[in-house]
Ligand binder design. Sequence first.
Ligand code: NAP
Length: 292
Amino acid sequence: MNLAFIGLGNMGSAMARNLIEAGHRVTVYNRSRAKAEALGVAVRIAASPAEAVDACDAAITMLADDPAVLEVVTGESGIARALPAGSVHIGCSTISTALGRRLAAEHAARGQQYVSAPVFGRPDAAAAKKLLVVAAGDAAALERSQAVFEAIGRQTFVAGAEPWQANAVKVCGNFMIASMLESFGEANATLRKAGVDPHLFLDVMSTLFGSPVYANYGRIIADEKFTPAGFALRLGFKDCRLAIDTARECNAPMPIASLVHDRLLEAIALGMGEIDWSAIARVSALHAGLPV
Ligand code: NAP
C-alpha cells in the first residue's frame, strides 16, 4: 500500500519501520525533521502532513495528544484537506473519545474514511511487532486497514462500529495500568519499610497475576529505573484525564481514576513529568518517608 506515517516519536518510529519492512511504500512526516532522518532507512520525507498524504491509500497518525492530532489533521497544512477521497485515516494516538467523534465527522464530510486504532504496548513491543491493536469504525474501512494492523501488531480487537469506541477502550485500559502502578507503588513502599526485598514481592506478584504488564512494570518499580521513559508520565496523566472525561460522558463514576489522576498530578508537580509513568510509585515512597 501507499502509506503516510505522521508522528515519529518513541512509538511511531518503531511502527513506521515495521510498515516499511512489511513492504509498504511509506512517506513520513514529523514536526522535528531530525527524527524522520534518524529512521535510518530509505524513505520519502514530506515537508508537511498534507504533502505526506497527497497520494496515499492510508495515513497513520501516532501523535502525542489531542492538540497535536487536531493540528496535524485540521491545521493549515493538515491531512484533511489533502487526503484523497476514499482513503482512510488510521488514528493510533491515544486521544479523547470526543476527538474520535470529531475526526470521524471531519473525514466523512470530505468523503474520506476514519478508523481509530489505538495500541497497547510500549516502544519495545512496537519494535517487536507485538502491539495489541484496538480498532473501531466502519467494517469496510477496518478491512482496508487490516494490512497495517498486521504489520504493527500481534493481535487486533474490534471495539465497535464507531471509531470513538476504540478510544474508550484505550483510555480505560490505561486507567487499569495506572491503577496497577499506583498499587505496586503503595505496596512496595510498605514492604520496603517492612524490610522485604521488592524483587521478592515482584516474583510473587508476577506468579500470581501471570501478566507481562505486571512483570515488566513491577521490575521497573522494584529496580527504581524510571529513565529512559518508555511512556512519559505526563502522557499517562493525559490518559487518566481522558478516562475521567469518558466516564463523565457516559455517566459512569470512576472514583479510583480520580485518585490516580491526582497522584500523577502530584508526580508532575514534583518534577517527574518526563520520566516513566511508573515513577508514580515514587510518590508513595516519598509519602512513606523513604529515600528515592
Ligand atoms: P512521543 O515520543 O512524545 O512522540 C510524540 C509525537 O507527537 C512526536 O512525533 C511529536 O513530534 C509529535 N507531536 C507532539 N506535538 C505535536 C504538534 N503540536 N504537532 C505535530 N506533532 C506533534 O510519544 P509516544 O510515546 O510515541 O506516544 C505517541 C502516542 O501513543 C501518544 O498518544 C501516547 O499516549 C500513545 N502510546 C504511547 C505508548 C508508550 O508506551 N510510549 C504506548 C501506547 C500508546 P516531535 O518529534 O516534533 O516532538
